[in-house]
Design a protein around this ligand. Structure first.
Ligand code: SPV
Ligand code: MG
Length: 434
């Protein structure tokens, strides 16, 4: 009689008694193959894995009862299951409800192709697991864990997304807001953008490098205290080269993943004001020297210095933008951001196309505030690697707050505004204890 074959999927990097018990039971059914989900698949469905795929595979291989460990690319393991055609797929019964239900349905359909069977064992929650998971989350917020995660994301995903955060609460939104996909995975933002516009506006100040770095770093700290996702810091012009080197070291020390500096000098104004105000672009030579100084100052290989090109904003044209991109790459920039204030995205796409002829791997960043009609897939296909939603939480909060204030003024009481507000019971429990 040939031995039966069994398949189990594994995404956890914290292995507890519940897992090993189910592995032992599965191994009794036949030769057990475990599918270890890729880092990318895990990041798209829960938190970023603490251990890499290679490390997780090594641990799984050494558990008693495990025959083989294979790489599993998708949640439903279509490719791996069709190849193996196992007699049994084993899973805990906890996926009969909740976000994993569609994955279960897909696997049942797949098994019909060769007459395989789904075996579900009662899921045993391990009391230590939530403690360990909490510990894992806390580790993810530490500088050495957080700093390099943006680079890892660029290596895993063709397109990374970031949304602005300007305080702890918006940081929590960037960290926690998720919507389910039909295939059982979830959509969430990968990173946070510490916008100079939002950080300044939230303080009632103009976006002209008036809010000093001590204050900006206070915001970074507020956000870092309650989140784990990587931070992309809006460094404005980066200031004088002699100051920029200190900023680079500070950001690196606290665990920021990238700083984007724009090639302007003097009194910087917000880019979306374009040429309606006086703004001066830096020379290629001086800005390249600033990038070089920053790269020389950093102590790890993880922090990324991204050069932001303002040629389209300041109407200097496509060729100037491209020439600058080449020079900034030469100076050591780890990424290029191209900005535009036009609704029509054609100048952005033209730049992306020509930039990719020049360089096929350096991360390319866009901030689609004006050209908001473009979908992420179109950016990805154009060779963009990071899309930043730069001000949307702040811009949506302000009209909501204004409406509430006006409603209270109008009615001389708060009753009519209650419907716009989160219930009091909810707001006081919004922030969980540590
Ligand atoms: C910011 O968010 O502060 C930016 C992007 O720099 S923009 O406002 O479009 O210039
Ligand atoms: Mg800015």
């Amino acid at each position: 009689m040939t031995e039966k074959t069994v398949f189990m999927s594994f995404s956890s990097d914290i292995i507890h008694g519940g897992h090993t018990r189910i592995i032992q039971r599965a191994a009794k059914l036949g030769k057990l193959t475990i599918g270890a989900l890729t880092d990318e698949a895990i990041a798209g469905y829960k938190r970023f894995p603490l251990l890499t795929l290679t490390e997780r595979m090594e641990i799984l291989r050494n558990i008693n009862g495990v025959g083989e460990v294979v790489v599993q690319k998708t949640l439903a393991a279509e490719e791996e299951l069709r190849l193996l055609k196992p007699d049994y797929v084993v899973h805990g019964d906890d996926w009969r409800a909740g976000p994993q239900m569609p994955v279960r349905g897909k696997i049942i359909e797949l098994l019909k192709e060769w007459g395989g069977e789904l075996v579900e064992y009662p899921y045993s929650a391990d009391p230590n697991f939530s403690r360990l998971e909490g510990f894992g989350q806390a580790q993810m917020s530490m500088p050495d864990f957080r700093r390099g995660r943006l680079k890892r994301l660029f290596a895993l995903k063709p397109l990374v997304t970031a949304i602005e955060a300007h305080n702890g609460l918006t940081g929590l939104l960037a960290e926690k807001v998720r919507i389910p996909n039909e295939d059982g995975s979830v959509r969430q933002f990968d990173a946070m953008w510490l916008s100079s516009l939002c950080d300044s506006t939230a303080k009632g100040k103009p976006d002209i490098e008036l809010v000093d770095m001590t204050s900006r770093l206070r915001t970074v700290d507020d956000i870092m205290e309650v989140t784990t996702k990587p931070i992309v810091f809006d460094g404005d012009t980066g200031g004088l080269s002699e100051h920029f080197t200190w900023l680079v070291r500070t950001l690196e020390r606290v665990g920021v993943s990238a700083i984007i500096i724009e090639d302007k000098k003097g009194l910087k104004k917000n880019s979306l004001l374009g040429v309606s105000v006086v703004q001066e672009q830096d020379t290629i030579e001086d800005f390249s020297a600033k990038i070089r100084a920053g790269k020389q100052a950093q102590l790890t290989k993880e922090l990324m210095i991204v050069a932001r090109i303002e040629s389209l904003i300041l109407e200097k044209g496509h060729d100037d933008a491209l020439k600058r991109a080449a020079a900034y790459l030469e100076a050591g920039a780890d990424g290029i951001m191209i900005h535009s204030r036009l609704k029509n995205p054609s100048e952005i796409f033209k730049f992306c196309e020509d930039f990719r002829k020049l360089d096929d791997h350096t991360p390319l960043v866009v901030v689609p505030t004006s050209f908001s009609s473009v979908r992420e897939e179109e950016f990805r296909d154009a060779g963009v690697n990071l899309v930043i939603y730069a001000n949307h939480l702040l811009r949506s909060a302000f009209p909501a707050m204004k409406k509430t204030a006006e409603t209270i003024l109008k009615h001389r009481r708060a009753l009519e505004a209650d419907e716009f507000c989160m219930p009091f019971q909810e707001i006081i429990t919004l922030i969980p204890d540590m």
